[in-house]
Design a protein around this ligand. Structure first.
Ligand code: AHM
Ligand code: MG
Length: 305
């Protein structure tokens, strides 16, 4: 007969959180449908999002599909999206047993036009938003590359899965890397924005890094961060001279990515403090993001002093 409480004798690993598992099941289940819908949705939808950016038909489709799938998950109390002004109330009390799920439905969607990689970013917060990244209990992303992969991080670590759909329509998650760690020796870098818009101290740091690493910049944070997780290195969307908070959003992009990379042994900063400690004023706040190899992030912080 099975031990009724295997953890009591210190033997077994902790059970994963069933709500978090259900959230990532729901995200994986939408992935083939989002992917299949993209060919006809490469055009502008005619609306702007709360960050003032033009929304593509693919962004809207992914947002609606994910909202339906995630608000149906028991234990999700609210759904918050980069594409929506307000949170969608999903029933449960966030912070009292239910989670808030923050989504960037189609990160890097400007790549739809050029048919390059993009993804979906997921943050699972145990507090109503806006909250700091310290309230994350899990985070992950789907990467729509030549294959569909999903990287999931929680208290137990980071894993990479391949998401496939059978001919009968069932969606399968299979783990291809159970303990994803940032390689110690950095190989690649990718920095967003235009050089003339960068502050001088960041430009000087970038010049050093250019001599040491290979450039890998694809215009979708998830794709570029996935290269850093695979090969080692650093990704940044820096503070710009005319946009000191950079481009990326704290709740939907920077916090989930910082959570994942830190759990994989890397670091993430806004230039001064750990991304996960940045106090948001609003759900759509932007933040500069520098993330990856710990030594490179420390050097960057020193360069920006
Ligand atoms: P999005 O979520 O609206 O697609 O915007 C975020 C994207 C990131 O994925 C990427 O790092 C950045 O914008 C690219 O910006 P740029 O086109 O300025 O290089
Ligand atoms: Mg994005």
């Amino acid at each position: 007969m099975a031990d009724p409480d295997p953890a009591a004798d210190g033997g077994d690993p902790p059970e994963s959180d069933p709500i978090v598992e259900a959230i990532f099941d729901a995200v994986a289940a939408t992935a083939p449908e989002i992917r299949a819908a993209l060919p006809g949705r490469r055009v502008e939808s005619g609306t702007d999002n709360p960050s003032g950016e033009s929304v593509l038909a693919g962004d809207l489709y992914a947002d609606e599909l994910l909202a339906d799938a995630l608000t149906a998950v028991e234990g999700v109390g609210s759904f918050v999206s980069e594409e929506r002004e307000a949170a969608v109330d999903a029933g449960g009390a966030v912070g009292e047993g239910a989670y808030a799920v923050a989504i960037d439905p189609l990160d890097g969607s400007s790549n739809l036009r050029s048919n390059n990689a993009m993804g979906t970013v997921v943050g699972v917060y145990d507090a109503p938003l806006p909250a700091t990244g310290r309230d994350l209990v899990a985070a992950g992303y789907v990467l729509y590359g030549p294959i569909t992969t999903m990287v999931v991080a929680d208290a137990d670590g980071v894993r990479e899965e391949v998401v496939t759909e059978s001919e009968r329509g069932s969606v399968d998650r299979s783990i291809v890397e159970g303990d994803l760690r940032l390689p110690d020796d950095p190989l690649v870098y990718g920095f967003g924005g235009r050089v003339p818009d960068w502050p001088d101290d960041f430009t000087a740091y970038a010049r050093e890094v250019e001599d040491e690493l290979k450039l890998r910049y694809g215009g979708a944070m998830v794709g570029d961060v996935n290269q850093v997780l695979t090969y080692g290195g650093i990704f940044a969307y820096p503070a710009l001279v005319d946009a000191p908070d950079g481009k990326l959003r704290l709740s939907f992009e920077a916090n989930p990515i910082a959570y994942i990379v830190e759990r994989a042994g890397g670091a993430a900063t806004d230039g001064e403090v750990d991304i996960l400690d940045v106090e948001p004023e609003g759900v759509h706040d932007r933040v500069p993001l520098y993330v990856g190899n710990e030594r490179l992030v420390e050097r960057l912080k020193a360069a920006l002093d």
